[in-house]
Design a binder for this molecule. Structure first.
Ligand code: XMP
Length: 326
């Protein structure tokens, strides 16, 4: 029978056998999946693991600080933070095709991990064992929707599955590959991770890069970060965090519409709110949020975010719409 205890025990044993005396790195994204994967691998191999947090500049407001503080405090892992904003934004320059964005982001993640790998070995000195393993928090739905399942079409390349470069040097450790999100949360709880980490809403590895319809620039990211922070603040204040699965906030950077503010005409971008309820992200329904909450979010975003003059609500279920817009 399936119990979290069994899963943990089985995985810990398998990981110990696979890694031996070598070293592993784990890409942390701030999300539940990578946090639970890291905690599981840490339980198995302790200080042979180094976590790497890549700040790709596509993060939401406050995310980097949260990983640096909360996750380290909860687990005591060795953490390396890499500032890679310029690298990612340069690689993404002028790219607006969603799959191309995903592949670029997946590839740049790996390049950063390879650099981190070299640094970790150098820091360990001559006696240091090589870093041969990369831990990823890949879940079952990620595999299926990236076309890795049997007979499924490739819907989108999750950054850590279909987005991996072909010349990957690492062997992968993916202890959550057979699990759904609710099971991952249970495993995380059993491993003693705090509520704030285990109950976090999902956020995709490619971050805000796949929530800008159009090219990704620092300026657009800053706009979206502001809008997203407002939406999250109001949803939390309304006590809706546990009710909705997640609420992507999307910037339609290639669209403009006419508006009026003060006594002047504006010609700005729309922001899309995409609140969904779901059990496992394979299917989803749009959340029936209270109108007064929607009104507050809309008023604040149009007042506080420069260049945004319209807020629209996505009322599409999955299928036919996916949760993210790209
Ligand atoms: P879609 O948009 O496919 O999203 O309905 C399903 C769930 O997966 C998340 N998502 C990702 N997570 N890397 C991730 O770690 C990715 O590349 C990725 N793409 C989508 C999405 O936020 C939703 O929870």
């Amino acid at each position: 029978t399936w119990t979290t205890g069994n899963v943990i025990e089985e995985q810990v044993e398998a990981i110990r056998e696979q890694v031996g005396t070598k070293r592993a790195i784990c890409g942390l994204s701030g999300g539940v999946d990578s946090a639970v994967a890291a905690a599981l691998v840490q339980k198995a191999i302790g200080s042979q693991l180094t976590c790497v947090y890549v700040d790709h500049g596509l993060m939401r407001k406050g995310e980097t600080e949260q990983v640096e503080k909360d996750f380290v405090a909860a687990t005591g892992v060795q953490l390396k933070v890499v500032d890679a904003e310029e690298r990612f934004l340069t690689a993404l320059k002028g790219v607006s095709d969603p799959e191309e964005k995903r592949k670029i982001i997946g590839r740049e993640f790996i390049r950063v991990f390879e650099q981190a790998q070299a640094e970790i070995v150098a820091e360990a000195g001559e006696s240091g064992e090589a870093v041969e393993f990369l831990v990823q928090g890949t879940l079952y739905p990620d595999v299926v929707e990236s076309g890795g399942g049997t007979g499924t079409a490739n819907i989108k390349s999750h950054h850590n599955v279909g987005g991996l470069p072909e010349d990957l040097e690492f062997q992968l450790i993916e202890p959550l590959r057979k699990l759904f999100k609710d099971e991952v949360r249970m495993v995380g709880q059993e491993l003693g991770l705090p509520e704030e980490i285990v109950q976090r809403q999902p956020f995709p590895g490619p971050g805000l890069g796949i929530r800008i319809v159009g090219g990704v620039t620092k300026e657009r990211l800053d706009l979206l970060r502001e809008a997203d922070a407002i939406a999250r603040e109001e949803l939390t204040a309304a006590g809706l965090d546990r009710e909705i699965w997640q609420c992507p906030v999307v910037l339609l950077a290639d669209v403009r519409s006419v508006g009026v503010q003060g006594d002047g005409r504006t010609y700005g971008h729309p922001i899309v709110l995409r609140p969904v309820s779901s059990e496992d992200a394979m299917t989803a329904d749009w959340s029936r949020l209270p109108y007064d909450v929607l009104a507050r979010i809309s008023t604040r975003i149009t007042n506080e975010v420069r260049d945004v003059n319209r807020v629209v609500l996505d009322v599409t279920s999955k299928p036919p719409g996916t949760i993210e817009w790209e």
